[in-house]
Design a protein around this ligand. Structure first.
Ligand code: NAD
Length: 502
């Protein structure tokens, strides 16, 4: 397969690119230049229903296809992802704004989901018990749900759709992906790779749209499970709507991830780790570190001094600028929202240590902000309470480890938190007591590898559904248990029993 050519943004339905018929549409921008690069059609309720009907038929055929055949297609898909990494990374950079090297990182993590899903035969094999009584054998099997949907955010145009969907396909479901309307090209690109890999028509579909499109999908009676990743506000709505319509739901929301810095930690290592984890991808990662929590006055002073120098040296730039540490924000609206959050914090008494509000980048039309650092931030300020999805980070000092744990546990968001220390006991107390889904010790972004489960606590996830990790195979299948007996035809005794079988 050579270069993939994608001119206009279309839906991808039943193995074909389909232009939308609806009169509703949105615009796609290149965040690095601020220029409009495409229009994206929003699917209507009718278009959603037509897609569902086709995908439902495909789900039936695909679910009955041997698991070995399904996995062969995944192997091919994986090969194509590797082959097209360079082209795909540029595409991600162009529509999302992140640097090409960062985009390659996300593709690599996306490929990890394919690796995990290649092991699906192992994850969905059933259980068997021989002669549980009266010559009956009992066994259980995991069957696909049928047609399922994934609704994805803008910040990982490839990694998250792959994390959410590949296992679903591997275990025998058909998929409707509704990608973020801000980054529709990447999803279309993945569709072309699935097509080339030999996935039968209708198993993988991409329907573009806005909240009305999402609503039409998640309330459709033939859609059996909803996997959602996005902001907490929307995750909550999706969870409530979809469960009301009796769907299985995994709804992942935002994060406010803390790094606790103990007095015994190596401050230079801490600062290096913080800078990458906090400002990488312009801070637009759900697991980005957004709060530094140094313990004690001395640690705070040393950390702030060293961090300031590093943050001042950071460079925002175009996705294809090899010297840029991070790229532009996704939209001008996002930029304005972040500027508003900084102003509000300053009015509430926060102090600007490094001010990135007037970015140094030459192209003033792109949606840039330079790295910004605030201190004198207190837990009652909105900038501490809410996720700020951009390169703005805050320092909130505490007196003790116990106080750090108390504040993190009181926070409504519970995706990740990490501690930097050289003391095993502090690390143990922290990992045991902290109320977040993913925690680290001297690891700035503790995102688990694919063979461990991913997921936050509190308002960072609604429901117990999975979207990445081995439990995703369980989320996208339903268990059936069979009790089976074969009679001896020469045995002619017949007897009726009215007692409950035991
Ligand atoms: P978003 O919530 O605005 O959009 C996510 C998806 O929902 C998009 O496809 C969008 O079209 C759709 N959508 C938006 N509003 C909707 C509505 N009212 N009803 C139904 N659907 C709607 O999120 P975003 O801005 O694209 O992504 C950034 C957010 O995602 C951040 O909060 C980030 O922390 C979060 N995120 C979380 C994880 C995680 O694993 N927990 C991973 C990545 C991103």
């Amino acid at each position: 397969m050579g270069i993939v050519t994608l001119d206009e943004v279309t839906h991808y339905i039943n193995g074909q690119q389909v232009k939308g018929e609806n009169d509703k549409f949105g615009y796609v921008y290149n965040p690095s230049t601020g220029q409009r690069i495409a229009t994206v059609p929003y699917a209507s309720i009718k278009e959603v229903d037509e897609t569902v009907q086709l995908a439902k038929k495909a789900a039936k055929r695909w679910g009955a296809t041997s698991v070995g055949t399904r996995i062969q297609i995944l192997f091919k898909f994986r090969e194509l992802l590797v082959e097209h990494t360079e082209q795909l990374a540029k595409l991600i950079g162009k529509e999302n704004g992140k640097t090409i090297s960062d985009a390659k990182g996300e593709i690599g993590r996306g490929i990890e989901s394919v690796d995990l899903a290649i092991g699906a035969p192992h994850l969905i094999k059933g259980e068997h018990s021989v002669n549980v009584g009266g010559d009956i054998n009992a066994y259980s099997m995991k069957q696909p749900l049928g047609l399922v949907t994934c609704i994805s955010p803008f910040n990982f145009p490839v990694m998250i759709p792959l994390a959410m969907s590949v296992m679903a396909v591997a275990v025998g479901n058909a998929m409707i992906l509704k990608p973020s309307e801000k980054v529709p090209y990447s999803a279309l690109f993945l569709s072309k790779l699935w097509e080339e890999a030999g996935l039968p028509d209708g198993v993988w579909n991409v329907v573009n749209g806005n909240k009305d499109t999402v609503n039409a999908i998640v309330t459709h009676k033939d859609v059996k499970a909803v996997s959602f990743v996005g902001s907490t506000k929307v995750a909550e709505v999706i969870y409530e709507t979809a469960t009301r319509h009796h769907k299985r739901v995994a709804a992942f929301g935002g994060g406010k991830n803390h790094m606790v810095i103990m007095p015994d930690a190596d401050i230079d290592k801490v600062v290096d780790s913080f800078v990458g984890a906090a400002y990488g991808s312009a801070g637009q990662r759900c697991m980005a570190i957004s709060v530094a929590m140094p313990v004690g006055k001395k640690t705070t002073e040393l950390f702030t001094k060293k961090l300031r120098t590093k943050v001042e040296a950071l460079k925002a730039g175009s996705y294809d600028d090899k010297d840029a540490d991070f790229g532009a924000l996704i939209s001008n609206d996002a930029k304005q929202e972040i500027l508003r959050a900084i102003d509000e914090a300053v009015n509430e008494g926060a102090n600007i240590v490094v001010d990135g509000r007037n970015p140094k980048v030459e192209n003033k039309e792109g949606f840039y902000l330079d790295a910004t650092l605030l201190d004198h931030v207190t837990p009652d300020m909105n900038i501490y309470k809410e996720e700020v999805f951009g390169p703005v980070r805050v320092i909130v000092p505490v007196e003790t480890l116990e106080k750090a744990i108390e504040l993190i546990n009181d926070h409504q968001l519970g995706n990740g938190a990490t501690i930097f220390t050289n003391n095993g006991r502090s690390a143990r107390i922290f990992t045991q007591e902290i109320e977040v889904g993913m925690t680290g010790v001297n690891v700035p972004i503790p995102i688990p590898v694919g063979y461990h489960n991913f997921g936050g606590w509190k308002d960072s996830r609604f429901g117990e559904g999975q979207m990445f990790g081995p439990d995703t195979a369980r989320f996208f299948t339903k268990m059936k248990t069979v009790s089976e007996r074969w009679f001896d035809w020469e045995d002619t005794t017949n007897e009726t029993n009215f007692d409950f079988p035991s």
